[in-house]
Write a protein that binds this ligand. Structure first.
Ligand SMILES: Cc1cc2nc3c(=O)[nH]c(=O)nc-3n(C[C@H](O)[C@H](O)[C@H](O)COP(=O)(O)O)c2cc1C
Length: 177
């Protein structure tokens, strides 16, 4: 397994994995990535989240269908469903915005980077039918599904996607197009 010297090498190594080995995840590694999720910051430290761990084969298959039929999701030994508590989260960020999706996103990204460090693959899944996912997992009406990710050992290697150059995305002292 690749070893990492610093955070940027983990960030650079992460990529979306769309092919998984059936190999189980060691409990120690799994607890490690859950810890990264738990330690994430959130608005007012409300921690308005719940992470559903799905291992059941039929449920994973049904989830893959609920995610616009992205079959690779069900290949992984674990599928994580990251939920947000909209009612509990900070409601007026910037004067108008509920923080639940941001809070959950930060926590899931913590988990994703910790997974990369442990040699595990993930893929942020934003294409899903919320109602179908909620019905499948008994998620209450007032709880929102923010994202899913498969979690497991990567199988086939995937290409590394490019990023915009820094000058295109950073500006100084004022907004510059
Ligand atoms: C909000 C969001 C939603 C995404 N939804 C999906 C998805 O449903 N299926 C998928 O295969 N990848 C999905 N991705 C992964 C992106 O396609 C991927 O992160 C992007 O192409 C960059 O590639 P990389 O992750 O390998 O660096 C999503 C990523 C984000 C951040």
């Amino acid at each position: 397994m690749k070893s990492f010297r610093n955070l940027i090498s983990i960030i650079e190594a992460r990529k979306s994995i769309r092919s998984y080995k059936p190999q189980e995840i060691e409990e120690e590694k799994f607890q490690y990535v859950l810890k990264a999720f738990r330690k994430a910051p959130s608005a007012k430290n409300i921690q308005p989240w719940k992470l559903i761990v799905v291992k059941n084969k039929k449920k994973k298959n049904d989830l893959a269908i609920a995610c616009n039929n992205q079959q690779f999701i069900a290949e992984a030994p674990i599928v994580l469903v990251a939920c947000g508590k909209e009612d509990e989260a900070y409601g007026v960020m910037g004067g108008y915005m509920n923080s639940f999706a941001i809070d959950v996103t930060i926590a899931l990204d913590h988990l994703i980077l910790a997974s990369t460090e442990q040699g595990l693959g993930t893929c942020w899944i934003g294409a899903f039918k919320e109602k179908l996912v909620k019905d499948l997992l008994g998620i209450p009406e007032n709880i929102r599904v923010v994202a899913l990710t498969p979690l497991g050992y990567p199988d086939k290697d995937t290409v590394k996607r490019k990023r915009k150059p820094l000058p295109e995305i950073i500006c100084y002292d004022k907004y510059v197009e």
